[in-house]
Write a protein that binds this ligand. Structure first.
Ligand SMILES: Cc1cc2nc3c(=O)[nH]c(=O)nc-3n(C[C@H](O)[C@H](O)[C@H](O)COP(=O)(O)OP(=O)(O)OC[C@H]3O[C@@H](n4cnc5c(N)ncnc54)[C@H](O)[C@@H]3O)c2cc1C
Length: 434
């Protein structure tokens, strides 16, 4: 069996290393801690949770619950450990973070065919099968090496993203399809504010609570990436002359130009998700839900992804990965976890398992079989390979799954339908692809 290198003992790296080891491979797992810590990592243990201790909802009829159910079918080590150190958190799977990291570290160390090397890796040997899983704070020599391998401009270091909402959750009676000055057809969904509504919205926006920034994240942001709440604080009309400008738009009901407008742009080809144009934000997620639900038509909006402003290294996956998490132009260099363009703890861990499976298939001389796109993991992999000029990392959400054959109007029943289809398709896939 070939020796395989895994770089980074985070969530993705630990899942990948254990899966490879369990299949009989010799694994060398490189972890820079405790020699070197990123600004957000503090523990010597593996699979450190750098922020929240929640892995989100556990119900299989939710996007994160479905993702976890799929990962359990694939044999996730992180979830096995998580189940053993749960803390009460309503319908969510939250864990005691110390016990969780200790448990995953123990899982890794108990596998005799995993050798752990505490070293900061700065270069990649193209002749050795490797999975790079160094996470969103990858920096230094390794970041430079990844830049070289991926051809220059495809490794991003700062994430200033606007929220994305699912189309299913929008109230279409209050949104209008049109483009400014009628140019570009009906490309955008538009939400219109009158003066009173706009003033109330700005008032809530400027007083909403922001997420805490780490000192390493307090860097100047490009003017074009200014958080909407910061721009709004410059003056009451500032965003009406910026992202909420109403020029070139006419409310078909009044025949007049609205006082202010929010444009929603398609995020994917099918139009299942829309982003709020120019609304990059650092508000807390709960505040985004509260304040942005004041936008007409977004009263019950479901957020496929919240806006974020944080340091986050990730690759422009559709450009530089080949659809199986391998860097294009390389034989055996794979990327997993947040660095590959997935977003979230469990998404990173799940991605680690997939990178291991894809790499093992190639070492066996087989072309890796793609996961069904009806599964959450398969849909995430599809997202990573679909060309997207504004590519941003993506977490599990129902908006990325293909619709059901028969439309189900009730959301709860529809989500249950997505879940049962995903799990039965994944079981069939696993029966065929050991
Ligand atoms: C500040 C911050 C807060 C976040 N909060 C959340 C949250 O609350 N919930 C959520 O779901 N997601 C959150 N995320 C996003 C993401 O889910 C996590 O970052 C997740 O830990 C990513 O998993 P990973 O395995 O890809 O990387 P990581 O868990 O970061 O693991 C990477 C590992 O690689 C090691 N490493 C790095 N460089 C090298 C090198 N050159 N050589 C050797 N080892 C190296 C690191 O020490 C680390 O152990 C957050 C991200 C950041 C940056």
């Amino acid at each position: 069996m070939s020796e395989i290198r895994v770089i980074g003992a985070g969530l993705a790296g630990c899942e990948a290393a254990c899966m490879l080891a369990d299949a009989g491979h010799k694994v060398v797992l490189f972890e820079q801690k405790p020699v070197h810590f990123s600004p957000a990592h503090h523990s010597e243990k593996f699979a450190e949770l750098v922020c929240s201790n929640s892995f989100k909802a556990d119900r299989v009829e939710s996007a994160s619950g479905l993702l976890k159910a799929e990962m359990r079918l694939l044999g996730s080590v992180c979830l096995k450990v998580a189940d053993g150190c749960r803390v009460p958190a309503g319908g969510a799977l939250a864990v005691d973070r110390e016990l969780f990291s200790a448990g995953v570290t123990e899982e890794v160390r108990s596998r005799s065919n995993i050798e752990v090397v505490n070293e900061e890796v700065e270069s990649i040997d193209p002749d050795i099968p490797t999975i790079i899983a160094t996470g969103p704070l990858t920096e230094g020599g390794l970041a430079e090496e990844i830049r070289k391998l991926t051809g220059g401009d495809s490794l991003y270091f700062f994430d200033a993203a606007a929220p994305i909402v699912t189309r299913d959750s929008l109230n279409m009676d209050r949104l209008y399809s049109m483009s400014r000055y009628g140019l570009g057809g009906d490309d955008y969904l538009n939400a219109f504010f009158d003066k009173a509504g706009y003033e109330e919205f700005v008032e809530q926006l400027i007083n909403a609570e922001c997420a805490e920034l780490h000192s390493f994240e307090e860097q100047p942001v490009y003017e074009g990436c200014m958080p909407i709440e910061k721009l709004a604080k410059r003056g009451h009309d500032a965003i009406r002359y910026g992202p909420m400008k109403p020029v070139g738009l006419r409310n078909p009901e009044t025949g007049h130009r609205p006082w202010a407008a929010v444009q929603l742009r398609r995020e994917d080809e099918e139009g299942t998700m829309f982003n709020l144009v120019g609304f990059q934000t650092n508000l807390k997620f709960s505040e985004q839900r509260r304040v942005f639900s004041m936008i007409p038509g977004l009263e019950n909006a479901e957020f496929a992804r919240y806006g974020v402003m944080h340091r986050n290294s990730f690759l422009n996956a559709p450009e530089v990965l080949d659809g199986t998490l391998r860097i294009k132009g390389t034989e055996m260099t794979y990327v997993a976890g947040q660095l590959s363009g997935t977003e979230g703890y469990m998404e990173s861990a799940g991605c680690g398992m997939l990178a291991a499976r894809f790499l093992m298939a190639r070492l066996d001389g087989r072309e890796p079989a793609a996961l069904p796109e009806t599964t959450m993991l398969g849909a995430l992999m599809r997202y990573l390979k679909t060309p997207n000029k504004d590519f941003q990392p993506m977490g599990a959400n129902m908006g990325i799954l293909p619709g059901l054959k028969d439309e189900i109007r009730d959301k709860k029943e529809r989500y249950a339908g997505y879940a049962s289809r995903a799990l039965s398709d994944l079981k069939a896939y696993l029966a065929e692809n050991k």
